[in-house]
Design a protein around this ligand. Structure first.
Ligand SMILES: Nc1ncnc2c1ncn2[C@@H]1O[C@H](COP(=O)(O)OP(=O)(O)OP(=O)(O)O)[C@@H](O)[C@H]1O
Ligand SMILES: [Mg+2]
Length: 1085
């Protein structure tokens, strides 16, 4: 919300400033003086703006015509709006009062003041109807409202009358408390009435009427009713009804009568009660018609007699009174003094007086009874604490040509009301500023306290004087009363009288002798003293009240309880003046406890017509109501004040520091609050106990913000409540969900279980079926097996038997013969094989006898050969074995390669041909040999030069070969076998061989050896065998070719073999061809 701002552009949706005619609030009037004030009123009145404010006081001008400003729409418009938000209206005041009653718990009173005809009664009804429209609804409440509203027509019918000033003038004072409960719903009400102007019952001033009810009854009641009441429709038949203004323009008495009857019914009057009331009204009319005539008595006094007894009779019939009793009461009067009863006669005048007194008393008591009866209906039922809104509509200040006791009383009452207004608005306000230590310049105003004092002072007030006179023994007349006043009040500024000792008025001809004049706050009023004493005494002869008490009419008896002879009371009843003063005192006290709201009614003209604004008349009212002063005080002061505590309490939610609690003193709290709300400092002042706010707007802004805040708070509460509700709801749902889920799960599991169970059963039955089928199959199989076994056994036995007995059958002889023949053949074949030799060399093998034996035949041949070879090998010794191994090796080396080889096969390998150990010739050589000699032979060493051979001894040991001289046995050469590189031989049948030495070895220096031997095959084989093991190498190469090179010392010589004719026998001959060639010719075989 925007900070409080007093400039006109602030956020107020509407304002009384909108479309304003003149100024809506006189506080804003510039310049402020009486003329401008009245001009403003007039201006507004001319534009049908009948309401104007002075701050919170409403000035209401009587428009004397119905304006369209009281519609339900208007009610809605003003409902719950701030006072200054809309153009001035009585509804705004009513709303303000109602809301502060409802929301701030403050009892309210609405004080409506103004002259007769200014519109007070109308205003009070408007207020009531507004409150009824905006407060709570409901059957019970509506009934209460209806009863409260309908009490108005009833009371108006009995208490209002047409006067010169007002066609519907209230002739009684009325104060109504409407009671509300804490919600602002109406509970009921209490009505207090003040002094009905009862003299009107008997006599009305010119141009005025009696109370409405008389005319209404006569115009509106049905013929039947009238007959029952013994009444005539014709007004002129009744003395008490003034005739000249019996019919009032714009008043429909007949219709009003129906309204009243209806209202009485709504308020709760029983039919019998209504009837009784009407009977009493009729009785009053009848009473008025009773006339008296003098009857001279012997003692010379006139005695009154009832002239025409018809009315008396009818009246007595109506009320159930014995005619004679009443008749006597009009003629005699019992005076009781000092326990003595004396009966005096009444003269005619006295009789009339008594009659009128009875009529007035009867009517005013009836009126009071009506108020009591209405109160009974509308009183609040509950005894609970309630708030109250009081509406005061009291007869306005009135100045007639002829003013009597009633006017005096009425004007006194208005004086008191003005007093309370001054108290509360002017004096109180100013005093409060001083009390609260607020800077203040005093404003002069007229205080009417002196006038009140003149009237009500207990010692020398006019009312006190009057009472004194009434109670004084001796002759008391109105004149003695005036005398007394003249002496006592002579000095009073506001009291004027011709006979006053004050010379000022001696020549004042406007002031008759029998009158006194009072300068009321609202003007001077001349009172005629005639009747003051009587009216104050309000005497009703006891005979009359006793007569009334004797009536059978129960309401009548109720109204005259003092007529009960059992309760004779000699004490004088309190005077009318005294009673009134007391009740006004109570009223004032009551009003002071409440928060006042003022409606100041002004009548624009004397003619009761619309559109006329009489300046002088208005000016007069404005002046005596002190309205201009009111504006001045208002303007100088502060529009609103409130104790710090309640201010803090009300607005604490607008500031974080003060919400929800302020711990310090309230004043500091308010200071913090206002600073926080950034209210401009000139807008408020701090009193001792109260905060003063200058401008209502500031207050309304605060209110507006408070309202917004409250909405937020309400939202918060709602939120929490909703949260709580939803949570509880949720928990409930959750709980039920768990229950539902549990049940559902149970149900689902049950279902599932049922399914599983039936599935299991199906499966079980299948499995059982399957198992049973298996067993069945098994059993069937076993059965078949047994059958098969039986069958096989049967067959087997059959076979056995058949086999056993087969031999006994010729059919089997063929096989036997066949087997036998085969056996014979085999026998013969095996015996035939006996002829073969055991020699492995024998290749012969008998021919196969039959084709079918071919496989066995060849196999047998192979097996036999292997066997006989094995046998043959088994005969060999180790030496023989070695010899054969050598032979085998010789075959591997030479077979098919050297022509010499086949001739050697048959020759055994002897090795030691020289018998070197035995032969002594070689003793020396043998001992020279370190190792065992494996071969010893005689060889020829070929000479390079001629090709001739020289014999040499060739020895071979395990590690070397040796060449030695044949004769001497001298070792010519010893070559270690590893030095031997290879051996070369020819392909032919010669015995030449070359031993080639490794180049570079020690032995190689002498060159290779070309030798020839008879035992070439044996020598080469042994060399190959031993050389291989001795040299620890793969092999000694053996080259077999017909041409090879031999290294002789330096030269290499080629040895070439050729086949030639045998020249020198069978041996081969070697011949040197040239330096490089040796030719060996080998004889061809
Ligand atoms: N607001 C109004 N609108 C229309 N007419 C009004 C209004 N106020 C008053 N009147 C008229 O003025 C007449 C007198 O008003 P009302 O009876 O309220 O005066 P009063 O102040 O009660 O006088 P008294 O003191 O005599 O009772 C009403 O009968 C009505 O015709
Ligand atoms: Mg009135």
């Amino acid at each position: 919300p925007s900070p409080v701002d007093t400039n006109p552009s602030m956020e107020v949706k509407t304002s009384l400033l909108d479309n304003m005619i003149g100024v809506g609030d006189m506080v804003l009037l510039e310049p402020l003086n009486e003329d401008s004030f009245i001009m403003n009123l007039r201006n507004r009145f001319d534009h049908n703006e009948i309401y104007t404010y002075i701050g919170s006081v409403v000035i209401s001008m009587n428009p004397y015509r119905s304006l369209p400003i009281y519609t339900p729409q208007k009610v809605e418009e003003y409902r719950n709006r701030n006072f200054y938000e809309l153009s001035p209206h009585i509804y705004a005041l009513a709303d303000e009062a109602y809301r502060s009653l409802r929301d701030q718990d403050k009892d309210q009173c609405i004080l409506i003041t103004g002259e007769s005809g200014a519109g007070k009664t109308e205003a009070s009804k408007l207020v009531m109807s507004y409150v009824a429209a905006v407060c709570g609804k409901g059957q019970e409440v509506n009934k209460v409202k209806e009863q409260l509203l309908q009490s108005n027509p009833v009371l108006e019918a009995f208490g209002n009358a047409k006067t010169m000033r007002n066609d519907n003038s209230s002739r009684f004072g009325k104060y109504m408390d409407i009671e509300f409960d804490f919600k602002g719903d109406p509970l009921g009400g209490v009505i207090s009435n003040y002094l009905l102007e009862k003299s009107r019952v008997c006599k009305q001033p010119r141009g005025e009427r009696n109370f409405h009810i008389f005319y209404q009854l006569l115009s509106g009641a049905s013929d039947d009713t009238l007959m029952k009441l013994k009444l005539d429709r014709d007004f002129s038949k009744y003395n008490y009804l003034s005739l000249d203004s019996a019919n009032v323009n714009g008043l429909d008495d007949a219709a009003s009568f129906r309204t009243v009857r209806n209202a009485m019914q709504i308020v709760g009057f029983m039919e019998a009660e209504v009837q009784s009331v009407l009977e009493l009204v009729a009785a009053v009319l009848k009473l008025g018609n009773i006339e008296f005539k003098p009857e001279s008595r012997v003692n010379g006094f006139d005695e009154s007699r009832v002239k025409d007894k018809n009315d008396l009779k009818e009246m007595c019939e109506l009320l159930g009174i014995e005619q004679s009793v009443l008749e006597r009461a009009f003629s005699y009067r019992t005076v009781e003094a000092k326990m003595e009863k004396m009966s005096t006669t009444l003269n005619v005048a006295q009789a009339y007086y008594a009659r009128d007194a009875l009529a007035k008393n009867l009517y005013s008591r009836l009126f009071s009874w009506l108020v009591t009866r209405i109160n009974e209906s509308i009183k609040a039922q509950a005894k609970t604490r309630h708030k109250v809104m009081g509406v005061l509509d009291i007869y306005g200040f009135e100045i007639f040509e002829d003013n009597s006791f009633e006017q005096f009383i009425i004007n006194y009452c208005n004086e008191k009301l003005q007093q309370i207004f001054i108290e509360l608005t002017l004096r109180e306000e100013q005093e409060e500023y001083i009390r609260e230590d607020i800077e203040w310049t005093n404003i002069e105003y007229f205080n009417n306290a002196v006038i009140c004092d003149l009237i009500e002072n207990n010692q020398n007030g006019i009312l006190a004087m009057l009472d004194e006179e009434c109670l004084r023994p001796g002759t008391v007349t109105d004149d003695t009363f005036l005398d007394k006043l003249n002496t006592i009040c002579a000095e009073h500024q506001h009291f004027e009288s011709r006979l006053n000792k004050n010379s000022k008025f001696l020549t004042d001809h406007s002031l008759p002798h029998s009158c006194f004049r009072i300068q009321h706050y609202a003007g001077k009023v001349l009172y005629r003293v005639e009747g003051f004493v009587d009216k104050n005494n309000d005497l009703l002869y006891r005979d009359l009240s006793q007569a009334m008490y004797k009536a059978t009419h129960s309401l009548m008896r109720q109204l005259f309880p003092e007529g009960n002879p059992a309760k004779v009371n000699l004490k004088r009843p309190p005077t009318a003046g005294f009673q009134f003063k007391a009740s006004v005192g109570v009223l004032m006290k009551n009003l002071q406890t409440k928060n006042p709201n003022y409606i100041r009614c002004i009548k624009p003209n004397d003619k009761k017509v619309a559109h006329i604004f009489t300046d002088s008349l208005v000016c007069h009212q404005v002046r005596y109501l002190g309205l201009v002063e009111n504006v001045r005080v208002r303007r100088a002061g502060y529009a609103f004040r409130q104790p710090y505590e309640s201010c803090l309490e009300r607005y604490k939610m607008l500031c974080k520091k003060t919400w929800p609690h302020w711990r310090g003193p309230a004043r500091d709290g308010v200071e913090v609050l206002l600073t926080d709300c950034s209210v401009p400092t000139e807008e408020f002042a701090y009193g001792r106990s109260k905060i003063f706010i200058r401008n209502p707007r500031t207050l309304f802004t605060l209110e507006e913000r408070r309202r917004a805040c409250l909405e937020d708070l309400a939202t918060l509460i709602q939120k929490i409540y909703r949260g709580w509700k939803s949570r509880t709801h949720f928990l409930l749902l959750k709980k039920s969900q768990v229950v539902v889920a549990a049940w559902y799960r149970r149900y689902a599991q049950q279902n599932k279980y049922q399914k599983i169970k039936s599935a299991t059963l199906v499966m079980q039955s299948f499995i059982r079926g399957w198992k049973a089928r298996n067993i069945l199959r098994q059993l069937k199989y076993e059965k078949r097996c047994k059958e098969a076994v039986t069958t096989i056994a049967a067959y087997w036995h059959g076979t056995q038997v058949r086999r056993e007995y087969r031999k006994f059958f010729r059919a089997n002889a063929g096989k036997k013969i066949y087997d036998f023949t085969i056996q014979r053949i085999m026998q013969k074949y095996f015996l035939g094989l006996k002829t073969t030799t055991m020699s492995p060399m024998d290749n012969s093998w008998p021919a196969k006898p039959y084709g079918f034996l071919e496989g066995a035949h060849t196999q047998l041949r192979r097996i036999f050969h292997l066997w006989r070879c094995k046998k043959y090998r088994g005969q060999f010794t180790e030496e023989k074995k070695a010899v054969y191994e050598e032979k085998l090796e010789a075959s591997e080396i030479f077979k098919d390669k050297k022509a010499l080889y086949p001739s050697s096969v048959s020759q055994p390998f002897k090795g030691d041909y020289l018998e070197i150990q035995k032969n002594p010739k070689y003793q020396k050589l043998n001992s020279a040999m370190e190792e065992k000699v494996l071969l010893a032979d005689l060889v020829n060493k070929i000479n390079r030069a001629n090709g001739k051979g020289s014999p040499r001894l060739f020895l071979l040991t395990k590690s070397n070969f040796v060449l030695a001289d044949q004769k001497t046995g001298q070792v010519k050469a010893s070559v270690p076998l590893p030095d031997l590189a290879s051996v070369s031989v020819s392909t032919q049948s010669d015995g030449f061989f070359a031993l080639k030495l490794k180049e570079g070895s020690a032995s190689a220096s002498k060159g290779d050896f070309l030798l020839s031997s008879e035992h070439l095959i044996e020598i080469i084989t042994k060399l190959h065998r031993i050389g291989t093991t001795a040299a620890d190498r793969d092999q000694i190469n053996i080259d077999i070719s017909d041409e090879f090179l031999v290294q002789f010392k330096q030269d290499k010589v080629c040895v070439k073999f050729i086949q030639g004719g045998p020249k020198n026998g069978n041996s081969a001959a070697c011949k040197r061809k040239n330096n490089r060639l040796l030719e060996v010719s080998v004889p061809s075989p």
